[in-house]
Write a protein that binds this ligand. Sequence first.
Ligand SMILES: [Zn+2]
Length: 216
Amino acid sequence: METKDIILDLRTKNGLSQDELAEKVFVTRQAVSRWENGETVPNTETLKILSKLFDVSINTLLGCPRELICECCGMKLSDTDISREKDGSFNEHYCGWCYADGDFTMDFWKQYINLGGKEKFEEFKNQLIHEFNTLLHIEGLPKVESLNVLPGAFVNLEYTLPNGQKVKFLDDNATYLGNQLECEFGGDRCFGIAANMDFLLVCTYEENGENPELVV
Ligand SMILES: [Zn+2]
């Protein structure tokens, strides 16, 4: 969709007349009409106001000319996972797991980014991959090739201890680097790996994370 159709669409969906929208974003009705005719596009400041008003990213307002990628973890961004500043506005540079409320979410990322940005972060990821591949000798665990950023709530599985007690080891609100790997011997269970600066975790589980067992 082009900007003109997107603005028209958002305006009508929100039940606003051209006049009402014009008033909310401090322009004239004629300006709104020109946007919707495709004669002009809103300027940068107005795009920011429209983004806030309709709660969509500026990239979306412009018809998605760029593929947004989190500069921290590399994940593709859609409006639902773009990070936000304290005031609720979008920060289209990062995903909401890496960055929230005006700051990076994880101390070690913050630290690495402050030290050397993306390159340092990649280096740290490679170091973890190396550790998974060399320190742990787990039968059936294939070579780890990449790690993704995972929200804690996705990877914080509940394990049953031999005494029947159920425990979780991770923090739902934190983010981890991890991946899911098929067992080299096949079978129903696959490996889940997760790490942060302090630990490496390997577990196995059935489909959808059921019946997880901790390996290390
Ligand atoms: Zn990210």
